[in-house]
Design a protein around this ligand. Sequence first.
Ligand SMILES: NC(=O)c1ccc[n+]([C@@H]2O[C@H](COP(=O)([O-])OP(=O)(O)OC[C@H]3O[C@@H](n4cnc5c(N)ncnc54)[C@H](O)[C@@H]3O)[C@@H](O)[C@H]2O)c1
Ligand SMILES: CC(C)[C@H](C(=O)O)[C@@H](O)C(=O)O
Ligand SMILES: [Mg+2]
Length: 360
Amino acid sequence: MKLEIACIPGDGIGPEIVAQANKVLDQVAKKFGHEIERKEILMGGASIDVHGVPLTDEAIATAKAADAVLMGSIGGDTNTSPWYKLPPEKRPEAGLLKIRKALNLFANLRPAYLYPELAGACPLKEEISRAGFDMLIMRELTGGLYFGERHTTTENGVRKAVDTLTYTEEEIRRIAIKAFDVARKRKGKVTSVDKANVLDSSRLWRSVVEEVAKDYPDVELSHMLVDNCAMQLVKDPAQFDVILTENMFGDILSDEASMVTGSIGMLSSASLNDTKFGLYEPSHGSAPDIAGKDLANPIATVLSAAMMLRYTFDLDKEAEAVEEAVRKVLAEGYRTGDIMSEGCTLVGCSKMGDLLAERI
Ligand SMILES: NC(=O)c1ccc[n+]([C@@H]2O[C@H](COP(=O)([O-])OP(=O)(O)OC[C@H]3O[C@@H](n4cnc5c(N)ncnc54)[C@H](O)[C@@H]3O)[C@@H](O)[C@H]2O)c1
Ligand SMILES: CC(C)[C@H](C(=O)O)[C@@H](O)C(=O)O
Ligand SMILES: [Mg+2]
């Protein structure tokens, strides 16, 4: 099979981690007899430096023409990078939001699984980490606060900033359907997370999710307020199967869920629309503090590539081979610094990529 993949190395650790995912994919192609055709796209700071904007229309066209996009991460140190002196619409993150909207990538799947080998890197109580957990956050990705009207004004010498949170029932329905569909293939449980005790958008969210649930009598639905969910994620993460939530809540909860798996460097993601196309990227950022030092954990990106094999190309055996390689490397005791524990072997980003590719 020919896999046409657009690659966005991006900024910071992005190029380092994408290189490792590509090493692994090349090995998959060799072993299973596929051909990979890659096109590189500049996005974020890397695009600002060349084109003056975080994403060009040509770059979007290249992404659309591919079967899937593999992305590292974009952005710089928001305190010190000159990119953050630019107007908001010209900053690195604007490129990411633009591509999500342009490709209608409304469903963001972020699986958070605690590998038994990483129980020691989990910051939770031992009895919780020993029991393990396996959840998937279904984050709405093209609506809510991220895409609502916003402006900053000055009235009578007082500065005022406004962001708006809007959802239509259609936007809620389509992400809810994705969550129920995926729950059916997992443990059959959806926890819909909102702030229905305060927000109108959450009250609409809850009632539309209830409507969708009627078509899934085999899936158990419960609702949870977001502040409680933040607490439950560290108290009893094993209670969750699929967490369905809106854009901003999903952004925050997925970073929290990632840390309880041991490190944000473990959390993969797939951003999907209603076709087989997808954009695959780790949930973490460009980690400017460790960029260029061969210290980054590439596993989240490698696991995102596995999601690409499964969701876009329907190559389940190949995806399993990648996931199995991750399990083997962890079982053999190899660790990047973020997941290091006593008695394990510390390796850099590139070596971790080699070890994973060798185990395909
Ligand atoms: N999807 C994306 O491209 C994306 C996501 C989040 C943040 N960002 C951007 O990244 C920049 C930095 O953001 P931040 O510092 O808040 O978050 P971050 O996720 O980049 O880093 C947070 C912490 O986690 C560590 N970390 C992250 N990924 C790691 C990995 N693979 N291996 C080991 N350690 C890792 C970092 O070293 C840092 O200490 C900002 O410009 C932000 O906007 C981009
Ligand atoms: C970089 C930023 C715009 C992005 C988001 O908030 O969606 C990131 O934090 C993520 O989780 O993918
Ligand atoms: Mg985030």
